[in-house]
Design a protein around this ligand. Structure first.
Ligand code: MN
Length: 228
């Protein structure tokens, strides 16, 4: 038996200070995890439990890339987020132990076809076409937690063409990283290679061809994306 065509290569993220790559298994994303962003989206804040959507591993694109404006949208949005890279197995892990399975952290952009997402939301349909599309999961090199520790506060910022559009603090996450890992591990057997986008603060907005996005998270790093 052989493959009918070559199996796809596993997308992989650079690791700061290493020649190794971090192969991506699954990409989970958290919705509405900053109160001010939930408000700007016109939805009530839910502090009870986080909710999730996913992106395909093939949606990954590295920081510093130049990407085409995606098809079938006229409202292409940035969402600056802290990304968590899972480094070990976790199933029903308590929040107090969650840090032990986190390999590291990175800056991420959850690029979104907002018009398609909002239409799906209105129609009570899945968000896939709005959220899971080619080059929609932008991730910068991962900084190992062994180097940077586990950030629980610090500035998270995004600029478009040099103008600040998002500026918040990781301390304002409704569900902090350890709680997210614990909660997600109730539903999935998390494994090394799983990625979690932890949600975006307020200030999301559109970009158009020719725009340059730059983001930063204190003690984690920077990210950039050019829209062609
Ligand atoms: Mn997001």
């Amino acid at each position: 038996m052989s493959y009918r065509f070559p199996p796809p290569q596993t997308p992989a993220i650079a690791i700061s200070g290493s020649d190794d790559l971090f192969p991506i298994r699954r990409i989970f994303c958290v919705g509405r995890n900053y109160e001010a962003h939930a408000k700007e989206m016109g939805v009530a804040v839910d502090r009870e439990a986080p909710f999730y959507f996913t992106k395909s591993a093939t949606a990954f694109v590295a920081s510093g890339s130049r990407v085409a404006y995606p098809p079938e949208t006229s409202n292409y949005h940035y969402e600056m987020e802290l990304v968590v890279a899972i480094g070990g197995p976790a199933y029903r892990i308590p929040a107090e132990q969650a840090e032990s399975v986190i390999f590291g952290y990175a800056c991420g952009l959850d690029m979104t076809r907002r018009d398609l997402q909002l239409k799906a939301r209105e129609q009570k349909r899945p968000w896939d076409t709005g959220k899971d599309f080619e080059e929609s999961a932008v991730i910068a090199p991962i900084v190992p937690a062994s180097m940077t520790g586990h950030p629980v506060s610090g500035t998270i910022e995004l600029r478009v063409n040099g103008a600040v559009k998002q500026s918040s603090d990781l301390g304002l996450l409704i569900h902090p990283v350890a709680a997210l890992v614990a909660d997600l591990s109730k539903y999935y057997h998390l494994q090394a290679g799983d990625i979690i986008f932890t949600g975006t603060p307020e200030g999301v907005g559109p970009v158009v061809a020719g725009d340059r996005i730059e983001g930063s998270i204190e003690n984690v790093g920077t990210i950039s994306l050019d829209i062609l």
